[in-house]
Design a protein around this ligand. Structure first.
Ligand code: ATP
Length: 393
């Protein structure tokens, strides 16, 4: 209706078209207007009674925030030129065909007209629909990866997500581009962003194998590679995947840390620094890594809950999960599971105020008594609070 008043052609484009045709839910609504996207967004916002409309005059785009769930990105159809490979593109205005030509893969370069004129017409200049049906990831032109090497990682992400494969030419160009070192021209921020996205997908293990096949892992750091150890860890991680949520962890970080398993301290520092991991995280990780052997040894001689608790309590969630998937004895594996599923959730029954009631003065010993009481509680789960107080007395 807005397009009818403004006499402009309007399209939904990119991921939403791909997923519509695949019958997959997608709530990222991208609209392209052959005209002024900013003014269109303003009017659309009014028409939809949107909560907010954010405009970017520099790019003639707008975001219509309809409500908490629905957000519509509106852009003016555009052509982008790269002044030199990996530079930010220079933007000019054009028609929908030019807009689609700047996109990454044929399956992402389709549009559906949604204006008053031809509502529902599929615009498919590059045989994207055919590639979608045949499960192919195909670039639009030979310089695609030169222009933007992140597309190599994006392509792998889509291939894994939809179980598609690279078309032969695209595969050759992708591998060649990695060999030529194009990924090294990207900023670490962009690499991290793509790695984060791909490792947060449903099947990160498959993605990692494909990243290895295309030489992307090695391009991130020469020491990152799949080894027997990491392969076993990834297999175990699939078994314990639910623990990522249970321990409140980020999936991509866990998979990334497994990839770094065989790296030495210097290499780790280098990567953590480039990926901007917070210092606190790095310290905790390194602490856990250094203590790892010792903790496993401790666990071997720990049958009591209190001992298991003391061995594992200082480790961050990531490290506990890493320990779980790399430990080579079932007995110790079970102890770590016991810690995650049970021990770490036990709350102390005796608190400071209970000791005060018993007549203790809050002094240095106070903390020790509370600690001893908690250890006793862990090893004697059947005891109630009264019985524990008796023990303290
Ligand atoms: P997802 O479902 O993961 O969000 P998407 O295709 O919607 O996938 P976006 O990153 O939101 O991914 O990009 C939207 C569209 O913009 C893509 O479908 C593609 O047409 C285009 N696009 C995104 N990134 C690039 C890129 N690096 N090079 C070229 N085109 C891109």
């Amino acid at each position: 209706e807005v397009s009818e008043v403004r006499k402009e052609k309007v399209y939904i484009v990119g991921g939403i078209v791909r997923d519509l045709l695949l019958g997959i839910e997608n709530f990222d609504l991208d609209i392209v207007v052959e005209g002024n996207g900013m003014n269109f967004a303003k009017e659309l916002g009014e028409k939809l009674n949107a909560k907010k409309v954010v405009l970017h005059s520099k790019f003639r785009t707008g975001v219509v925030i309809v409500d908490e769930k629905l957000k519509i990105d509106v852009a003016s159809s555009r052509v982008e030129y790269y002044e030199y490979p990996t530079s930010l593109p220079v933007v000019e205005y054009g028609n929908i065909k030019q807009d689609l030509y700047r996109r990454d893969f044929t399956i992402n370069a389709m549009a559906i007209e949604i204006d008053y004129n031809k509502f529902g017409r599929l615009i498919d200049y590059f045989k994207g629909y055919s590639d979608l049906k045949n499960g192919k990831i195909r670039i639009l032109h030979n310089f695609s990866f030169v222009e933007d090497p992140t597309r190599i990682i994006r392509g792998i992400r889509f291939a894994v997500r939809y179980n598609f494969e690279f078309d032969a030419e695209t595969k050759r160009f992708a591998k060649l581009s990695v060999e030529e070192g194009f990924l090294k021209r990207l900023t670490w921020k962009r690499v991290k962003y793509e790695i984060e996205l791909i490792l947060n997908e449903k099947n990160p293990k498959k993605a990692i194998y494909m990243l290895e096949e295309y030489g992307v892992l090695k391009a991130i750091h020469k020491s990152i590679k799949l080894t027997k150890k990491t392969e076993v860890a990834f297999k175990n991680l699939e078994k314990y995947k639910e623990y990522i949520t249970k321990l409140n962890l980020k999936q991509w970080i866990v998979y990334f840390l497994v990839l770094l398993e065989d790296l030495n301290s210097e290499e780790l520092t280098n990567i953590f620094f480039k990926f901007h991991f917070p210092n606190k995280f790095i310290e905790k990780y390194k602490f856990g890594k250094i203590k790892r052997e010792k903790i496993i040894d401790e666990l071997k001689s720990s049958e009591k809950k209190s001992k298991i608790y003391n061995s594992l309590k200082k480790l961050s969630g990531d490290l506990i999960l890493l320990l779980l998937i790399t430990v080579d004895s079932e007995k110790e594996e079970n102890k770590i599971l016991e810690y995650i599923n049970e021990i770490r959730n036990i709350k102390p029954l005796i608190m400071g105020k209970d000791l005060i009631k018993l007549g203790y003065k809050p002094n240095e010993n106070f903390k020790n008594i509370l600690n001893i009481s908690f250890m006793y509680q862990l090893d004697n789960q059947e005891l109630c609070k009264e019985e524990l107080l008796q023990y303290i007395k």
